[in-house]
Every structure is written in C-alpha cells, then in structure tokens.
Write a protein that binds this ligand. Structure first.
Ligand SMILES: [Zn+2]
Length: 222
C-alpha cells in the first residue's frame, strides 16, 4: 500500500509583521472591513530573524484558522503564528491573504455541506497549489510518495485535497471551540467532540456540576 507523506517546512519572523502602503509608509490603523486600499498594501517581516518550523505541527487545522481571518488584523494574527503565504520573506500583498482566505471559506462551505461537485470545480480551478512529488525510501526499503509543496499557500491546498480524498474533516472542540483534526472521525451518534481527553473531562465535569447546581436552585425555590 502506498502511504501518503507530507513534508513541509516554512518560516516565520518571531518579531512579527508590519503593514506598509504603496509609498512605503507603515500603516497601523486598519479598517474592520478591508477595502481596495487595504488590498494594495503589503505585509513585511519586522526583522531578518526567521524561525523554521512546520505549520501543520503547530495547528493541524490551519486552513480553518485562515478561513476565519477576514481583515488585515486577522491576517497579521495569522502571519505572527504561521508566517506569510506565497514566499517566506518577500513582502506579501494583503490581496493574497484576502483571496486565499475567502477561497478556503468557500471550499469549506461546499465540503461541510456535502456539495462535492462544486468543491471539485473550485478546487480544480484554484491555481494556487504548486507541489512536487518525491520518492522517499524508509529503513525497511519501502517506497513512499511524498508531497513537497513550495509555499504555505500551496501546502494548504495540497493538504486540503488529501483530507477530502481521505474522507476526513476538521471538527470543533465542544470545550475550547478550537478547530482540530481528529485521530478518528466523528461517529454519527456522538453529540460533542473534543480536541483532547482532558477537554472532554473538563466538559463533562462542568456539566455534572451545572446540573447539580440547577437541582440546588430548584430545591431552594421550593
Ligand atoms: Zn479543546
């Protein structure tokens, strides 16, 4: 059986990112809803210091993180954690963040609602996924095909496609509200899902405490 592998390293500036307009002036005041002026601006690393890391190790549902970002403030938050999208160190246009985030949002809307034919069309028309394949041979001599996307933008697209092909999807933890990739997919009868055993425990302990308190209130009212 061929196993799927995904090798990816990216860079982020630990000193954060700044927004500049076309004249090279730093902009600190960003509208709640980005406009054409915002889209023409660029995001630039605040220093040459770069940390090399795998964004998917940091957050397994990173596409969900980006789809939830809807303005320059959000894109800055994203970059602070995961770096830029189409080049690790070159200035990134805000319009690139806008396009990738909104396209991810649409792809997830189709996928979550089971509209696979529209998802297929949009995914195949999205031209932002550049990928190269490599053979990797492990210690026991087995050959693996590994994906090596060029940029974070490409990696988001490749990993999204693999997730859909595996029939998997991200879930929201009922305790902390964070998107995560479950080890096992949700069973149809389970009402709540959790990112970890400890969050499942916290959730259920709180529910028990809440129902005890409700009973107490009912008793004291009577
Ligand atoms: Zn959680």
């Amino acid at each position: 059986m061929t196993k799927y592998q995904f090798l990816f390293e990216w860079q982020r500036c630990p000193d954060g990112y700044a927004i500049y307009d076309l004249k090279g002036k730093e902009i600190n005041d960003h509208p709640v809803v980005d406009d054409e002026q915002s889209w023409g601006r660029v995001m630039v690393a605040r220093s040459n210091r770069m940390e090399i890391f795998n964004p998917f190790d940091r957050h397994a549902a990173i596409q969900r993180v980006l789809q939830d970002k809807k303005n320059t403030h959000g894109y800055l938050d994203f970059a602070k954690m995961y770096g830029l999208l189409s080049h690790p160190t070159e200035p990134e246009s805000i319009s690139t963040f806008y396009l990738v985030a909104s396209e991810l949002r649409t792809m997830f809307r189709y996928y979550d609602s089971g509209n696979i034919s529209r998802l297929e069309k949009l995914y195949n028309e999205s031209r932002w996924g550049k990928n190269s394949l490599r053979f990797e041979i492990n210690d026991s001599g087995s050959v693996f095909v590994s994906h090596n996307p060029f940029t974070l933008r490409d990696a988001l697209w490749v990993e999204f496609g693999e997730m859909v092909a595996r029939g998997e999807n991200h879930q929201v933890c009922a305790e902390c509200g964070v998107w995560y990739m479950p080890d096992r997919q949700r069973r149809s009868n389970s009402k709540n899902v959790f990112c970890s055993a400890s969050h499942s425990k916290n959730f259920h302990n709180r529910k028990i405490k809440e129902s005890k308190e409700e009973k107490k209130i009912v008793l004291s009212d009577g």
